[in-house]
Design a protein around this ligand. Structure first.
Ligand SMILES: Nc1ncnc2c1ncn2[C@@H]1O[C@H](COP(=O)(O)OP(=O)(O)OP(=O)(O)O)[C@@H](O)[C@H]1O
Ligand SMILES: C[C@@](O)(CCO)CC(=O)[O-]
Ligand SMILES: [Mg+2]
Length: 328
């Protein structure tokens, strides 16, 4: 069996706009998805996801091959849930040329689903890496990131950027603009995450922004303005200027709100963080529900968030210096 893990991420700047060619700066954090892949003697695929919770219930998908999944959810929901893993395994078969090989796949993840912390990218990166290594091929990080991007893009109907997958594969803070992906030197940032317990549908939220852009020229201008914030943000990151980073994150959150991807609970967590003295706060990822990211070296934001109605969990997140980790 081969086992790999890959980290989730927060966006300092640029989600959504990155889908239209603007730059974005995501930053890998130490919450991980771990995937074990073992070759089978037949060509079946068995997926066991320990902590896959969908809309508030937990499913265990697995059991003996050929038997129905041991869960009480509709097949369409299961197909949607396992879509990323299925395409990732197709890439493993494609890279290795072993079209008929079957696998037992075990996923253990600490990353909440659909909450803006990049659970899909982490699962896909770890699955492709472990699957190819199980068959004796170790991919270069760039190829791993590219295959993981192709997977996200296929599952999200072409509506994906390289940001989440590149960041999860390489770790650290990165800058992604179209197919130009690079790592950045980042200072140790005092990242605090607030989680409302909910989720957003990445595909639907991206489609919503797309139709706003088509309808209103000022929505396109808003996307471009986010690009301007990212370019200023990169320079602030280089200088380690946390106050400026915070101001730009606040601005970025306002523009994401204008694009319709924030929510009442995300906004309350953002305001709780700001009122507690955070340098800045914004939603992270696709939005609609899920997580916010704030910068605060003190404990105030974490404490304030833990008393904020609508916030289920608040925690400090360390920057993940390493992306994919090869464990076995
Ligand atoms: N532990 C897991 N086991 C199996 N599949 C998972 C797991 N975690 C995530 N996934 C897959 O990723 C999907 C969620 O991806 P989605 O892009 O909607 O959200 P996200 O990646 O968590 O957030 P964002 O893209 O906004 O950062 C799930 O529906 C499931 O298909
Ligand atoms: C909303 C989005 O920009 C980030 C989701 O984590 C989509 C993408 O980049 O693929
Ligand atoms: Mg995702």
């Amino acid at each position: 069996m081969a086992v790999s893990s890959a980290p989730g991420k927060v966006y300092l700047f640029g989600e959504h706009a990155v889908v239209y060619g603007e730059p974005a700066v995501p930053c890998a954090i130490e919450v991980r998805a771990q995937v074990g892949v073992e070759q089978r003697s037949d060509s079946k695929l068995r997926i066991h996801a320990e902590d896959l919770s969908l809309d508030g219930f937990t499913v265990e998908y697995g059991g003996t091959a050929g038997s129905p999944p041991d869960v009480d959810v509709s097949e369409s929901l299961l197909t949607a849930a396992m879509g990323y893993v299925d395409v990732a395994i197709e890439h493993v078969r494609d890279v290795t040329g072993e079209e008929d090989v079957g696998f037992d796949v075990t996923i253990e993840s600490d990353i909440p689903l659909g909450a803006g912390l990049g659970s899909s990218a982490a699962v896909v990166v770890a699955a492709i890496d472990a699957g190819t290594r199980e068959l004796g091929t170790t991919l270069e990080i760039d190829e791993l990131a590219e295959r993981a991007y192709q997977t996200e893009s296929a599952v999200q109907s072409g509506e994906a950027s390289r940001a989440d997958t590149f960041c999860s594969a390489t770790g650290g803070a990165v800058r992604v603009e179209g197919d130009d992906c690079r790592t950045l030197d980042a200072p140790d940032l005092p990242i605090v995450v607030g989680f409302d317990g909910g989720a957003g549908d990445t595909g639907q939220l991206v489609a919503g922004v797309r139709s706003l852009r088509e309808e209103y020229s000022f929505a396109s201008d808003t996307v471009e303005a986010i690009g301007d914030i990212v370019r200023k943000g990169e320079r602030a990151l280089e200088r380690g200027d946390i106050e400026e980073l915070g101001r730009l994150m606040n601005f970025n959150h306002g523009l994401l709100g204008a694009l319709g991807v924030s929510s009442r609970s995300l906004d309350s967590m953002v305001w709780a963080a700001r009122n507690a003295g955070a340098h800045g706060a914004k939603l992270t990822g696709a939005g609609g529900g899920g997580c916010i990211v704030a910068l605060d070296p003190s404990d105030e934001t974490e404490t304030a968030l833990s008393y904020t109605p609508g916030c289920r969990d608040a925690f400090r997140a360390e920057l993940a210096e390493t992306g994919v980790r090869r464990l076995e």
